[in-house]
Design a binder for this molecule. Structure first.
Ligand code: AGP
Length: 618
């Protein structure tokens, strides 16, 4: 996902924008650029392919107190100097940056080229520059030309542009479900950014923490030395109230860990505890979800629950489906948001859709949510970002409260999702009379143990480092799990793939004999999730099928399971726990195994190649 940072003020813009871009590095990117309005009002443009530091290494930092920067995650056109943003017009009157996809860029580009515009890049984004230029050539002001451009493009995007000259003028707009634009004002200065961490240079002091506003879709902001003005795309004024943001939302650092991902794995006990805060009464041992938007009557009338998400959030949805059926007493299904949005599902006011997403900005998830709203379904989101698109579309938000997650690989937000899905299932079961008091109290008692049990798994990483040494160099992993652990097998496979680039796939263990068993040989490593749960014996059979064909098996077992331990090549252990906790526990060894294998392979763990923290393009 691309990153945008702009500054208007009295200080030198270059270091402020550079620092802002650095704080957006977690989003993933492959090139970067900064445009500064110099003392003579001219646009000074610097771009680099690769890391943001490439902008700094030359030491050539143009002077000026207004500027716009960008980190690009390539969608149209490979990473190159020409394709890096900002894109300027031929007279260098304006510089434009973009996050998202211009869906109608080909027809726009064809018309503009026929009208004599010369394109220098392969990107869709460059048409934005030429549209603003065309508007100004027709006599429109910069703001009018920028609004006209916003009305002409299709698709979800965030766009910003800066105008040359003595004044100071940055425009930015948001369309559709793309990653947002956040605006901060302090001490006569203003910044725009794709995300709160980009604004840290301006939000260093507590006194400035409150002056933050988020653009909604179809909104535009104009930043000048006189302040900030919000408009719609027709130029009508919009009133926006700044909201308080916490230091934690803005501050991001590794706290001494080598990677954000490791820090966030180690934060999981707190993340799980935080997800339960004010939602579990440990006195009465009952769940209460004050943020749940349906009344008791509406809950009683529900006849179906659909859980959706992408990537790791899809795996959470798949676990949630089991929990809702088992403890909520409702028919439930789970589906990838990217598939669900293109089905024509039957949705009624008695359908509850639960959209899961760490960022709350994943384009497929947000678009699927919009479809549910359009069809009259009830919509709840489990997400980690207040003010996100998802939290604005849903009828209600169950926030993960996991704290900002920087590592591209989702970890603590996954366990926070699983915790909230447990709470939701119990809450539905309580409310519908499906769970008696004793059962719901038993489930709550189990959840109360989760932070401690997860902490035990993280107390000593030596076992994970040892097994990573044992298995690094393996070219192919097959992850197997059953029931509520089948999605955990998928999650373990995804973690390994996305940070170590090693091929891995996951199957429900019962599916193995229907094809994948043909893959088994001594080079193949099978990671089998075989905790002592209701399907344990079935997984034992699968493990024996693998071993009978000389396959190597790394099993995740319940402590004390010496019998199965003797039958496999290596074992990782989880503490004995009630069944609804097991997915939170089996996940942790798989996260740590993936992390340590990626370390040994010297991968860019926090920003793996080709990936972005939030996929706001479709
Ligand atoms: C998971 O480690 C990846 N970062 C990715 O699959 C992610 O889960 C997916 O893109 C969905 O993101 P979201 O939770 O922010 O919607």
């Amino acid at each position: 996902m691309c990153g945008i940072v702009g500054y208007v003020g009295e200080q030198e813009a270059w270091p402020i924008i550079f620092e802002g871009l650095r704080r957006l590095e977690y989003r993933g990117y492959d090139s970067a650029g900064i445009a500064i309005i110099g003392p003579q009002g001219d646009i000074q443009l610097r771009k680099t392919v690769g890391k943001v530091n490439g902008l700094d290494e030359s030491g050539d930092h143009p002077l000026g107190s207004v500027g716009l920067g960008h980190t690009r995650w390539a969608t149209h056109g490979r990473p190159s100097y020409a394709n890096a943003h900002p894109h300027t017009d031929c007279e260098q009157r304006i510089a434009v940056v973009h996050n998202g996809i211009v869906e109608n860029y080909l027809e726009l580009k064809r018309r503009l080229a026929d009208a004599g515009h010369v394109f220098e890049s392969e990107t869709d984004s460059e048409v934005l520059t030429h549209l603003v230029e065309e508007g100004m050539d027709r006599g429109l002001s910069f703001q009018e030309a920028f609004r006209r451009m916003g009305r002409m493009v299709k698709g979800s995007q965030a766009i910003s542009a800066v105008l040359q000259g003595d004044g100071a003028e940055i425009c930015a707009l948001r369309l559709g479900h793309a990653g947002g634009i956040v605006v901060a004002q302090a001490d006569g200065q203003a910044m725009i950014g794709s995300d709160l961490p980009a604004l840290l240079p301006l939000l260093q002091s507590e006194s400035n923490m409150g002056q933050v506003s988020f653009l909604d879709t179809g909104e535009m902001v104009v930043v000048t030395r006189d302040g900030v003005e919000y408009q719609d795309l027709e130029g009508n004024h919009i009133d926006k109230q700044p909201r308080m943001v916490s230091q934690e939302e803005v501050q991001v650092d590794k706290a001494g860990y080598r990677h954000f991902m490791l820090k966030e794995i180690m934060e999981q006990p707190q993340a799980v505890a935080s997800a339960m805060r004010e939602r579990v009464n440990f006195e009465t041992r009952r769940v209460d979800l004050p943020d749940f938007p349906l009344s008791s009557q509406e809950i009683a009338e529900l006849d179906r629950v659909i859980l959706i998400g992408c990537g790791t959030s899809l795996h959470a949805a798949q676990v949630g489906r089991h929990l809702v059926e088992r403890y909520g007493g409702l028919p439930a299904e789970a589906e990838s948001a990217s598939e669900f949005r293109y089905r024509d599902p039957y949705i009624s006011p008695r359908t509850l859709v639960v959209a899961i997403g760490q960022s709350g900005e994943t384009a497929d998830t947000v678009a699927a949510m919009q479809m549910v709203k359009d069809k009259g379904g009830r919509l709840v989101t489990i997400c980690n970002a207040e003010g996100s698109q998802a939290s604005r579309i849903a009828d209600g938000s169950l926030y993960m409260r996991a704290g900002i997650e920087i590592g591209v690989a989702s970890t603590k937000t996954f366990l926070a999702s699983l915790t909230i899905l447990n709470l939701l299932a119990i809450f539905l079961g309580q409310s519908r009379g499906f769970l008696d008091t004793a059962k719901s109290q038993e489930l709550v008692d189990g959840l109360a143990q989760a932070p401690r049990l997860i902490g035990e798994l993280l107390a000593d990483s030596a076992v994970y480092q040892h097994l990573a040494q044992e298995y690094v160099g393996t070219d192919y992993f097959l992850f197997l799990g059953r029931g509520v652990n089948a999605p955990i097998a998928s999650e373990g496979s995804l973690k390994l793939k996305e940070i170590s680039y090693v091929h891995a796939e996951a199957y429900p263990a019962g599916e193995m004999k229907h094809g994948p068993i043909a893959l088994i040989d001594n080079d193949m490593v099978t990671v089998a999730l075989a905790p002592k749960d209701s399907l344990y014996e079935k997984v034992v059979n699968n493990v024996r099928e693998v071993k009978a064909r000389d396959g190597r098996v790394l099993a995740v077992l319940t402590e004390g399971d010496t019998q199965l331990a003797a039958a496999v090549d290596h074992a990782l252990y989880i503490p004995e726990a009630p069944e609804h906790l097991i997915p939170l526990l089996t996940t942790v060894p798989l996260q740590m195994l993936a992390y340590h294998i990626a370390l040994l392979l010297d991968r860019d763990v926090d920003q793996p190649r080709n990936l972005a923290k939030s996929v706001t393009v479709e």
